[in-house]
Design a protein around this ligand. Structure first.
Ligand code: FRU
Length: 497
């Protein structure tokens, strides 16, 4: 593997030299260059948070998968680490696919899917997917231990997520059944090395769902949450609008009796670019998650000329409400990214008025609270990354639809989708908005709903405006924070936008 890693690392460093930074994230994890998708192997090991990700180091398109890697002591400042895993075995010749990591007896175990193509010249002929292990004593360099679960003869069988529960190890996997239905399979093990099939934990009731990618099963309070990414329920109304969506069920799980869902399937995030989330437990017990912001179906704008594609979301803490809603909010640590704060305090934006909050602002965070009882504007709108040509991404709360939206129709570059989520209710609207160079994440009312999309501005100064439409907006609090870069050696140069 050493040689394959060195070749990949070198190619990636060459590509990094020609990366363009106009949209390259400043406070989100991304590869130095090239393509990324799913977060993998999320863990805290040896005093460092470890984040791995699906990575094609040779170009900004999906290709033979490697595991890229970064680490952090505090979830705020990150250090790039060398590429962790590269295809090098017969079993993973077609890619080191997604998986998870768990510390077992002081050693970090990375479980991943080895993919190989039946016919590498024609992928339509299918693949062979097996579950593999690589181990590490320092969390950075890995030694492959080979195949743990061999081929089971299914069209798709991948993305092992491993956890320990009451003295036994469990692994959930996504699968396509022989009847072409999306399933989550459950395996168990006493030593984390030798695994036996336990049961089909869950089968998606939707007939058009043929695969459940990247499943995750974890406890929150008195319940268990099953997260998965169904391929490909047809879009209906506002739901399943992306080709790749992620969602969850809340229920009970006991190893003896299985999983019983108590809630309906619900999107974990309603934006245009949120997929393959993975969770892990922080040392203090919090359940944290990262998702992938990218797209398999609509080429993201940075892919064409900028030599990178895809980023992760910010780390999010997951909690459960009494109504079994999975709340996801940026981890508290992210407040440390704030460099400067402008406090606009309380004010009313009058009928059809626009307030310029910033003429030109880079990566930032907006905390906006609005008294909806005293607001009659049809939308509480924010134009972010508004460039001199009037291009911008529009987001906010739509009172007529009672939804929170991100509208990219007038964004400078890239996809033009409109995405929205049901407003969770209440007269006190609270929006927390994270704007990076090429993305927007909106957290509503403490994270009851989130909407995350890539958004690529046009050239020039990036303004920020609050807009009232056919009515006024009663702002009870508005703070604007500039955010610093997450990278240890600040490699994202200032002033290149
Ligand atoms: C989800 C996914 C996984 C797979 C990986 C390959 O985005 O398709 O199921 O392991 O990406 O890159």
């Amino acid at each position: 593997m050493k040689q394959a890693l060195a070749v990949a690392q070198d190619a990636n460093e060459q590509l990094e030299k020609i990366r363009k930074d106009r949209w390259y994230p400043s406070f989100h994890i991304a590869a130095p260059a090239g393509w990324i998708n799913d977060p993998n192997g999320l863990s805290c090991f040896g005093g460092h948070y470890r984040v791995f990700f699906q990575h094609h180091p040779f170009s900004s398109e999906w290709g033979p998968m490697h595991w890229g890697q970064v680490s952090s002591k505090d979830l705020v400042t990150w250090r790039r680490e060398p590429i962790a895993l590269a295809p090098s075995l017969e079993a993973d010749a077609g890619g080191v696919y997604s998986g998870s990591a768990l510390e077992v007896d002081g050693i970090l175990h990375a479980y991943y899917t080895g993919n190989r193509w039946v016919n590498p010249e024609n992928r339509d002929e299918g693949n062979i997917q097996v579950q593999c292990l690589a181990t590490s004593t320092d969390g950075v360099a890995f030694k492959k231990q080979g195949v743990l679960i061999d081929e089971v003869g299914l069209a798709n069988f991948r993305d092992p997520k491993v956890f320990a529960h009451e003295g036994t190890y469990y692994m959930v996997l996504g699968a396509t059944s022989s009847q072409n239905r999306g399933q989550v399979h459950l395996y168990s093990s006493v030593d984390a090395l030798s695994w036996s099939f336990k049961e089909v934990l869950y089968e998606d009731p939707r007939e058009d769902v043929f695969m459940l990618e990247c499943p995750d099963l974890f406890p929150l309070g008195d319940y268990w949450v099953l997260v998965f990414c169904p391929e490909r329920p047809a879009p209906t109304g506002y739901t399943n609008r992306n080709t790749h969506n992620a969602g969850y069920l809340v229920g009970h799980w006991l190893p003896e009796t299985g999983f019983e869902a108590l809630s309906d399937y619900c999107h974990l995030d309603w934006g245009a670019n949120f997929y393959a989330p993975q969770t892990f437990v922080a040392p203090d017990g919090r359940r944290l998650a990262f998702g992938w912001m990218g797209s398999f179906s609509i080429p993201v704008a940075s892919r064409a000329e900028d030599n990178w594609a895809g980023q992760l979301t910010v780390p999010r803490e997951l909690t459960l409400t009494e109504h079994l809603v999975l709340r996801s909010a940026p981890v508290a640590e992210l407040a440390a990214l704030r460099q400067g704060t402008q406090d606009f305090s309380t004010f009313t934006l009058g009928l059809n008025e626009t307030k310029v909050l910033a003429e030109d602002i880079g990566p930032c965070e907006i905390e906006l609270e609005v008294d909806l009882a005293a607001t009659d504007s049809e939308r509480v709108g924010l134009e972010v990354m508004r460039t001199p040509d009037s291009a911008h991404t529009f987001l906010g709360y739509d009172a007529q639809a009672d939804r929170v939206f991100i509208d990219r129709r007038l964004s400078g570059n890239g996809d033009r989708s409109y995405r929205s989520a049901p407003y969770p209710g209440g007269k006190k609207l609270s929006l927390r908005i994270l704007v990076d160079r090429g993305s927007v994440e909106v957290f509503v009312n403490g994270g009851l709903i989130s909407v995350s999309s890539l958004a690529f501005p046009a050239e020039g100064a990036r303004g920020l405006r609050l807009v009232a439409e056919s009515g006024s907006i009663a702002v009870t609090s508005l703070k604007l924070h500039t955010l610093r870069s997450i990278w240890q050696e600040t490699e994202v140069q200032e002033g290149v936008m």
